[in-house]
Design a protein around this ligand. Structure first.
Ligand code: ASP
Length: 409
């Protein structure tokens, strides 16, 4: 599906020789590298802060991007990085990468086999942004297509719009030649939904082995039980893949794709398909995306905030920390806070700038437990994936708050 773009092929050991970092803000922040009139645009509406004619090519993603291979030989970040270096358009390379995860039934947070909504229907969200082209597309609550990121890309390339939802998104996909399937559940995701249903509606959905008990659990209790019984992986109540990349020309793109919050109210749309929330890319500045509690991200439009912080000269790590501080400060509802006042959810940002500098920062540096699926955590540390000319690696995320969500609960 990915087509070769016009980018020239770069050797794996290509060295940077024309890196330029141009920093201008209306507040007059000092430039950190040489400026020329041609490179610098002073525009009060949208100050261009970083421009790069060459960059260190890199692809980053949530940790599931360096775990699943869908029976093939490459993970998401490896696929994307390889295609990017071969000259494929950056966004098409990233989408080819996330397709690996969307199609892999083992990842129950994305695409085919994603955990369904409260009605047992898999509804998928995705969006993508192309930095150099300044284009974007998204789909929300899409049913029946295993690769919503490709449909988001088709919205970007073949419509005047940025977001199609529900039946309209599905009709569009059908008209664009995508196969529409009646059900994207796998046996695993369907069984997980059935277990959830039996726990939450025990008067109607009987669990044969529990017929003699009357115990009822609250939502957290149900979740813990399903995780403990191995019905769902710990990280997959929430789960998504965000993948961002920059090639040696400094061309930046990003994509986010998800099945969203498990057991969500049918029609619920999270942050993942919303430009500025689950993903934001400014081709002259950077790209940022997110996984975790979508509602917190929707409220704060945090990916946009991360990019704006990078525009003002912040390193990706500091930009992500700033967004997490904003979310923490805006989380005032008691039901969303632990007894010490901190958020009772985790959320992670992944960011790169136009020079290829990157970071991933989570609200909590560690996960609640060690039973998350392999690759997503090491011990309890929240992880993210990176692929450079040195190969793919899964690294520890930074954290705004040390420790795990459950500590000092
Ligand atoms: N952010 C996604 C959503 O809220 C879920 C996740 O990343 O875990 O739909």
């Amino acid at each position: 599906m990915a087509r070769r773009g016009s980018n020239s092929m770069r050797p794996m050991n290509h060295r940077l020789n024309r890196r330029e970092f141009v920093k201008t803000t209306t507040a007059g922040v000092a430039a950190t590298a040489s400026l020329s009139a041609a490179q610098t645009t002073v525009n009060a509406q949208a100050p261009a802060v970083i421009s790069s004619k060459s960059a260190k090519p890199i692809v980053i993603s949530s940790a599931n991007g360096n775990f699943h291979k869908n029976g093939g030989t490459k993970t998401c970040v490896e696929t994307a990085f390889t295609q990017m270096l071969e000259g494929t358009d950056v966004l098409e390379a990233l989408i080819a990468g996330v397709n690996v995860v969307e199609l892999d039934p083992e990842d129950t947070s994305v695409g085919y086999g994603g955990l369904p909504n409260a009605d047992g229907v898999v509804q998928l969200d995705s969006c993508c942004m192309h930095g150099p082209k300044k284009r974007a597309g998204g789909v929300a609550a899409l049913e029946g297509v295993r690769t919503p990121s490709k449909v988001a890309h088709a919205v970007m390339e073949s419509t005047d719009h940025h977001l199609l939802v529900g039946k309209g998104a599905q009709d569009f996909a059908r008209n664009m030649g995508f196969t529409i399937e009646a059900d994207l559940n796998t046996e695993r995701s369907r069984k997980a939904w059935l277990e959830w249903k039996r726990q939450t509606d025990p008067k109607h959905y009987l669990r044969p082995q529990d017929r003699k008990t009357s115990a009822r659990l609250d939502n957290q209790g149900i979740l813990r039980k399903l995780i403990a019984e191995g019905v769902i992986p710990a990280r997959h109540y929430w789960g998504t893949i965000n993948c961002n990349g920059v090639n040696s020309k400094g061309e930046l793109c990003g994509v986010t794709t998800t099945s969203g919050l498990a057991w969500k109210i049918p029609g619920r749309v999270g942050d993942s398909p919303i430009l500025g929330a689950g993903l934001y890319v400014d081709g002259t500045v950077g790209a940022a995306g997110s996984t975790g509690r979508g509602e917190a991200n929707l409220f704060n439009l945090s990916s946009y905030l991360v990019v704006e912080m990078m525009r003002q000269g912040k390193h990706p790590k500091d930009a992500c920390l700033e967004a997490l501080r904003r979310i923490r400060a805006n989380t005032i509802e008691k039901r969303l806070r632990k007894s010490n006042g901190d958020p009772n959810f985790n959320i992670t940002f992944y960011a790169i700038n136009a020079r290829g500098e990157h970071a991933a920062v989570a609200m909590y540096a560690e996960d609640d437990n060690e039973i998350g699926w392999a690759g997503q955590t090491q011990g309890r540390r929240v992880r993210y994936a990176v692929c450079t000319e040195n190969g793919a690696a899964t690294l520890n995320c930074e954290g705004l708050i040390p420790g795990a969500l459950q500590d000092n609960a």
